[in-house]
Design a protein around this ligand. Structure first.
Ligand code: FAD
Length: 254
């Protein structure tokens, strides 16, 4: 780290293990009476005055209310205007090997490292027993789709990540990538969520594009959506996230 670097420390900052969080959320939902259908693909949604009909590749479900949280796939599933408002961006994630005596476990934070006007990367603490540290960059210039997304990380991309971001900035990492992965962020034109009723499908709430940022809010938002399902409105004011804030929103509904 350079001597003139400036840092901001957030003592409340941290990270979550998303797989464990989702496991717990699903278990709690079942305990409260939810029926979970896993490994099914929704192929069609229709609605009428009385409710919603959801067709999957295995069954048809009739419901009073529907909340759609389809992540990267939301645009394709929901049609206009969401297919135009939601963009999917490829992101690469790298786990660089930690040097055996680097002492990073227990002493490395979750961080965002900015080192140029448009150049930054972020990372997570080195965890016990993993021998690696996860880092990643963001990009919002080259959009993709869930169907065409390149889900492999090339050796050249690994080298680039080390040379352009990691090298000289994080002590205790080697240039060896232990593991890499691709994920996708789904974003709206202003990068804030869309949480609103579908303009054509009745009784249907659309929740997107939440990405990892949205995951952090999922507990509070889930409560608000349950209220919407039961009472038709939530205690939280979600108007900031209306689809109508986009100027092409109304004209796209036609
Ligand atoms: C390996 C990896 C690392 C990541 N690291 C980070 C990170 O460091 N920081 C960060 O902010 N984000 C990260 N992300 C991204 C983050 O996990 C996602 O952006 C986030 O999970 C999106 O949440 P979501 O609820 O909007 O969508 P998802 O979690 O994708 O949930 C959408 C769900 O809808 C289901 N679905 C979609 N279409 C249909 C259909 N037609 N029928 C039935 N089901 C359907 C999907 O199967 C999926 O379960 C990472 C992702 C991966 C895979």
């Amino acid at each position: 780290m350079r001597d003139d670097a400036i840092g901001y420390f957030e003592p409340e900052g941290g990270f979550v293990r998303p797989e464990r969080c989702i496991d717990v959320q699903l278990r709690l939902a079942e305990q409260h009476g939810a029926t979970l259908y896993k490994g099914e693909t929704v192929t069609h949604i229709s609605s009428d005055e009385q409710g919603v009909t959801v067709t999957t590749d295995q069954r048809t479900v009739r419901a009073n209310k529907l909340v759609v949280t389809a992540g990267n796939w939301a645009g394709g599933l929901l049609g206009a205007p969401f297919d135009r408002l939601l963009s999917v961006y490829r992101r690469k994630l790298f786990w660089f090997e930690t040097e055996p005596d680097a002492g990073l476990v227990g002493h490395s934070p979750t961080f965002i490292f900015t080192h140029g006007p448009d150049d930054d990367f972020y990372g997570f603490p080195a965890l016990p027993g993993e021998g690696s540290l996860k880092v990643a960059t963001a990009q919002y210039h080259s959009a993709s789709t869930p169907e065409t997304l390149d889900r492999t990380v090339s050796a050249e991309e690994e080298r680039e990540m080390y040379e352009q971001q990691v090298h000289g900035r994080i002590a205790g990492l080697t240039d060896r990538v232990v593991k890499s992965a691709v994920c996708a962020y789904t974003v709206t034109p202003d990068r804030h969520f869309i949480i609103d009723e579908h303009p054509r499908l009745q009784h249907t709430l659309v929740v997107s594009a939440c990405s990892g940022h949205g995951f952090k809010h999922s507990a509070a938002l889930g409560e608000a959506f349950a209220q919407w399902c039961l009472r038709g409105e939530s205690e939280l004011d979600l108007s900031l996230f209306s689809v109508g804030r986009f100027e092409w929103g109304d004209s796209a509904f036609g």
